[in-house]
Design a protein around this ligand. Sequence first.
Ligand code: PGA
Length: 277
Amino acid sequence: MNATNSKWVIANWKMNPVSQKAAANLAYEIGVHLASFSPDRFINQELAKQNWAHIILAPSFIHLLAVQQQIASQNMQPLLKLAAQNICGQQAEKGAFTGEVSAAQLAEMGIGAVIVGHSERRQYFAENDDLLAKKIANAFAYDLQVIFCIGESHEQYLAKQTFAVLAKQLEVLAQFTLNIPKTNQTSNFTPKLLVAYEPIWAIGTGLTPTLFEIEQVHNFISETLSAMQVYAPILYGGSVNAKNAAELATVPLVDGVLVGGAALDADSFWQIIVAFS
Ligand code: PGA
């Protein structure tokens, strides 16, 4: 194995599962897959030489501790990292913000990353660019890695407005150019920012853009980030599953995936990890 794998496989468990026990068990099963890995299991021996993709699990807030303890009990901390699905925008540390969780609280608990700007937060919780910028600022203040989600609606896709929509969503990042490195640094460098392209119409629907469309969009995002002098790995999200992961992994500029539904099944999620490892 070498240290060149810079792919990312991130599980967004959303508001799943119901019980803490089931959440810990899901982490346990992923840990078992990782622990039982033997290079012989790879048909392609070239794959066996690579490092694992960076794996991040994002459970509900209320399950973070149980999942963290489960990962530690299997000594999987080096391979399985954790992210929160949300963060308080108003305050980075503490205060009178009922129902919120701060960047400081996450950092203190050893959570290293947070998802910001998921379309479900934009849609159901009316999160706008101003609030997203505050969330990003708070995350950076406590050195949390930001997984920033962008994506167009089906109407926008059909109207060929995808690039315009994404360009607008990416503008939020312009104020953070001092926080985010301009280029990919060394192979063991941890990026401050990951951008996840998630077409809204592909989330949970079983639909995906064509591989060519994904390549074009990732290319556009990459160019937009470069013009802003910001570097970020670019992930694809939206109906990623055990079947389509291998072909997605072949698309240029797809640096990994953000997975919802298929991440709730350890075997499916494992297949996706293997595809990107
Ligand atoms: P999905 O969700 O994989 O269930 O489509 C992806 C996401 O919302 O991050």
